[in-house]
Design a binder for this molecule. Structure first.
Ligand SMILES: [Zn+2]
Length: 147
């Protein structure tokens, strides 16, 4: 059941608009994971920019493949979370992006400091995104269950 936030009417889970007052219910769903979505998007874009800059300088280009892979998965899942997802696959991709993005960027951050490439503290963003996503875990589980 989806309770209408405007009038309190109990709508069937597949209802896009409240059957009683016509309030748009789908929009409410979409506003849920903007925080972690934006963090992942930001981090993904930063990773790609860092990669391009380092590739230009020819600094650890082989290692920097981590930037590209998790840059792309972060942007993808960040966008999906931001828009409001109901797919379990999206939640898994987002979690994997956060875990490996954190580990990868922390490693490259420490490794990169020894070289003279551009290092960004992306791991801080991933850490915040992980905390946000963890705080939203019940809402995410409900969204996936309903989807
Ligand atoms: Zn209503």
């Amino acid at each position: 059941m989806t309770k209408c936030p405007k009038c309190g009417f109990e709508n069937p889970p597949e209802a896009k608009y409240c059957l009683n007052c016509g309030y748009r219910l789908v929009q409410e769903e979409r506003e849920r994971f903007e925080g972690s979505g934006l963090l992942l998007l930001t981090s993904g874009i930063m990773l790609i920019v860092t990669f391009l800059f380092n590739a230009l300088l020819r600094v650890f280009p082989a290692m920097a493949i981590i930037y590209v892979v998790f840059g792309i998965t972060s942007i993808y899942s960040g966008y999906r979370l931001y828009r409001g997802t109901r797919s379990l696959a999206d939640v898994i991709v987002a979690s994997v992006s956060i875990i490996f993005g954190f580990a990868g960027t922390l490693f490259l951050y420490l490794y990169g400091l020894a070289f003279k490439g551009l290092v960004t503290p992306d791991w801080i963003i991933y850490l915040v995104a992980a905390v946000k996503l963890f705080a939203d875990r019940k809402k995410l589980a409900n969204a996936v269950k309903r989807g």
